[in-house]
Design a protein around this ligand. Structure first.
Ligand code: ARG
Length: 456
């Protein structure tokens, strides 16, 4: 018999159909997880008495051997292998003989693939959260390196208010922390064993799922077999968390690209992390960052494809679900490779402090002046109007706020006293923002300290 399900078929199935329905090309990436799951399944069957000791030993030993073949790249796939599950079972039969026919008791490929995917994702999430931690550390180093230098913050891509460069880096540590926690949270929901669900309704064979869960390190067991074989919400969750994380990396990349332009000239990237142009000899392009931005778009598309895949499926399992893996693998590859490459590049980013300092406009101090007036009893809306008038006056007379003398300022409000002059300083401005989470040196220093404790 060519196919394990051929019993009820009168005639052989068309080659083209087999080719079209095969998932081997994609799910062979799960081979070692399939072996791991099958070894635990064999032990669970032995516990129920479906396999005797000798049979268990034979199956487990052979599966381990097949695992070695796979690791060494010696495993040969056949044209009749429909997917990774059938490929491994076929090889098991070749080596172990008749006893292999007992392994598929009390399971279906429907619960088997969910098990494989979950085992795979548990490992991937560990890799991702580890890399996120490392990137947070790299950002923290930058925050320390550039303390207490000031740049302009931007809103609407217009200079807004002075900010510590460290505060900027700390903001990305916060974003990555939420991503990391989202992954940890998703991990807890993935950590539910689907085995024992069979095709969709459970099994009549005695099956100690708790034992199986212990063998594989699952802390919970599915409470509903239909749910277990048919939902891929755990995949949608990982896809969306990964995409959110990619968006964070993409926004950071966008800042680097922008700040690396001649127009900004805030950032210097080392030659070895850039590439040139085939025609324009002067070019040094920030391709890594452009590609992260581009890959984040692909991640969004793949994630959206996965959501569409699920939206109208009747319960329970449907073959459509086979299409989940390609996108999932690609999304995780995008995220892991982007995190890894940023780990190389971020430590090497240098800020052009002179240029940053030259470009920050005095107008970024206007909110401080408005707040100064508020502290002198002027309602904020009125203070805002007064400062707007000052800015207008400066623009008309081609002056910066700092160039105004006290007499000129006084014309705008009698609430100004001499101390306002002290205010016209970007370091001062930063330190005034001492609200929780603000950019004052005091707040930022404490945050750096806190993150050092967390990330050590
Ligand atoms: N390859 C399928 C998947 O990835 C699992 C096999 C289910 N096949 C079946 N005929 N029920 O979802």
């Amino acid at each position: 018999m060519k196919y394990m399900w051929e019993g009820r078929f009168e005639k052989g199935v068309e080659e083209k159909i087999i080719e079209f329905t095969s998932s081997l090309d994609v799910d062979k990436n799960l081979a070692l997880y399939d072996i791991k799951g099958s070894i635990a399944h064999a032990k669970t069957l032995a516990k129920s008495g479906i396999l005797n000791k000798k049979e268990e030993k034979k199956i487990v030993g052979t599966l381990k051997k097949i695992g070695e073949e796979i690791k060494e790249g010696k495993f040969k796939f056949c044209s009749t292998d429909e997917d990774i599950h059938t490929a491994i079972e076929r090889r098991l039969t070749e080596i172990a003989g008749k006893v292999a026919e007992k392994l598929h008791t009390a399971r279906s490929r429907n619960d088997q693939i969910v098990l494989d995917e979950k085992l795979y994702l548990k490992d991937e999430i560990k890799k991702i959260t580890h890399l996120i931690r490392k990137l947070q550390k790299a950002f923290l180093k930058k925050a320390e390196e550039y303390f207490p230098y000031v740049m302009s913050a931007y809103t609407h891509l217009q200079q807004s208010q002075p900010v510590l460069i460290s505060h900027y880096f700390l903001s990305y540590i916060e974003m990555l922390e939420r991503d990391r926690k989202r992954f940890e949270d998703a991990y807890r929901r993935i950590d539910v064993l689907p085995s024992g669900s069979g095709a969709c309704c459970g099994t009549s064979i005695p099956y100690d799922a708790e034992y199986m869960a212990n063998l594989l390190g699952f802390t919970k067991i599915s409470r509903n077999s239909m749910d277990a074989v048919s939902d891929r919400d755990f995949i949608l969750e990982v896809a969306s968390i990964s995409t959110i994380c990619m968006l964070h990396l993409s926004r950071f990349s966008e800042d680097v690209i922008l700040w690396n332009t001649q127009e900004f000239n805030y950032i210097i990237l080392p030659d070895r992390f850039c590439t040139g142009s085939s025609i324009m000899p002067h070019k040094k392009n920030p391709d890594v960052f452009e590609l992260i931005r581009g890959k984040s778009a692909i991640s969004i598309g793949l994630m959206s494809g996965l959501f569409n895949l699920m939206k109208s499926l009747p319960l329970s399992y449907n073959r459509d679900l086979q299409e989940d893996k390609k996108s999932l693998f690609e999304i995780l590859y995008i995220l892991l490779s982007s995190l890894s490459i940023l780990l190389l590049v971020v430590p090497e980013i240098k800020f052009n402090l002179e240029e940053i300092n030259k470009k920050i406009s005095d107008f970024t101090l206007s909110t401080d002046i408005a707040e100064y007036l508020v502290k002198k009893g002027v309602p904020f809306r009125e203070a805002h109007k007064i400062c707007g008038g000052i800015v207008k006056y400066c623009l008309k007379n081609n002056k910066t706020i700092k160039e105004l003398d006290f007499e000129e300022l006084k014309k705008f409000s009698d609430k100004f006293s001499k101390d306002v002059i002290n205010l016209l300083n970007i370091e001062k401005s930063v330190n005034l923002k001492n609200s929780k989470g603000g950019t004052s040196s005091y707040q930022v220093k404490n945050e750096i300290k806190r993150w050092k404790r967390i990330l050590k």
